[in-house]
Design a binder for this molecule. Structure first.
Ligand code: ASP
Length: 329
């Protein structure tokens, strides 16, 4: 009799777990960069500004997904809002390179057919993520750089902007500070928030990922980070997951971070959480590669994993869950 009760209890637990994990119809996860800032480094006003902008991003993206929009549309729209905000190191708020210019990188990937597009070292495109999407849909290439990418974007009717649009005093002041130290590092306590990204799962079960950045302050002119490199900063595959990375690009490229997470799931059968945990907290951390990822699997499971002190991040799901978090929890 005891055994029967035990059996019934196990069945009840299993059934209720199943209900708790009910797959969300759609999910959007966003990131606003990893860094070493702690709560005391952020004024309440600035924290509030981040929360307000990220709320707008999540609500905009969710509205698209709710109305049967594609994960690609949600990713692009989410990143555009962050690119238009001076708060983030992407688009309007892009950091300065060693020559005092802004060079931006972005990429987007469709998990349905592994199609991808990217731009690197662009100076005049207001929304690099939209240029990346145009490269994917309207060119026969995956990655366009510099003037070639700009000419292409202009021909595609995308909005262009000059250097005065991208000038932000707070970024300039930080550039002056970093110039003294020679290079920006992700282990530097003053390294705060940066790159933006989004991953989404839509109602049709399609995953997409996108990432956009101004790169690293005082980087060499012409330096390309991980964000526009498919497999490093961005990856999406409907069979596994969608990933957007942030952190020290050179380490993320060398470790092919986004694709590594997908591969561990595909070839080893690991869960998203285990794969992201291993790549970020073990592999990257061991070699001092500061950074993190937001990732989403085909069942709507979320991973927001980082080995720095903070990573601006948030998510929204069709079953009404929404959260925005900045620091370590
Ligand atoms: N990953 C970006 C880069 O290296 C920077 C960042 O995430 O903050 O260009």
């Amino acid at each position: 009799m005891k055994k029967l009760y035990l059996f019934i209890a196990i069945i009840i637990v299993l059934v209720s777990c199943q209900t708790d994990n009910k797959q969300s119809e759609y999910v959007l996860v966003i990131q606003g960069g990893a860094g070493y800032g702690t709560k005391k480094d952020l004024s309440p006003e600035r924290e509030q500004a981040y929360i307000e902008t990220l709320t707008k991003v999540l609500e905009t993206g969710a509205e698209i997904l709710k109305n049967n929009g594609s994960s690609l549309d949600a990713v692009e729209a989410s990143i555009r809002i962050m690119e238009d905000s001076p708060l983030f190191n992407a688009g309007k708020g892009a950091v300065f390179n060693e020559k005092g210019g802004n060079e931006m990188d972005a990429s987007i990937m469709d998990g349905k057919d592994l199609n991808a597009g990217a731009v690197a070292c662009v100076r005049k495109i207001r929304n690099p993520i939209s240029a990346a999407r145009k490269v994917m849909t309207d060119s026969k290439h995956v990655l366009l750089v510099k003037e070639g990418a700009e000419e292409f974007a202009e021909k595609q009717g995308l909005e262009m902007a000059d250097s005065s649009y991208f000038f932000e005093q707070h970024r300039w002041d930080y550039f002056q500070k970093i110039k003294m130290k020679k290079t920006e590092s992700f282990s530097d306590k003053s390294k705060k928030y940066s790159t933006v990204g989004a991953v989404a799962l839509d109602k049709s079960g399609n995953l997409a990922a996108g990432t956009s950045t101004g790169g690293m302050t005082n980087k060499m002119d012409g330096r390309v980070g991980d964000s526009p490199i498919i497999g490093a900063g961005t990856y999406a595959n409907n069979n596994t997951c969608a990933v957007s990375a942030t952190g020290h690009g050179e380490y993320i490229i060398r470790n092919v971070v986004a694709y590594d997470i997908s591969s561990l799931m595909e070839y080893k059968g690991w869960t998203l959480e285990k794969a992201a945990g291993f790549v970020i907290m073990d592999k990257l951390k061991k070699i001092n590669g500061g950074g993190g990822v937001i990732a989403l699997d085909k069942d709507g499971n979320i991973a927001m994993t980082f080995n720095t002190k903070s990573m601006i991040r948030g998510y929204i799901t069709s079953d009404g869950r929404m959260e925005i978090i900045i620091f370590e929890e």
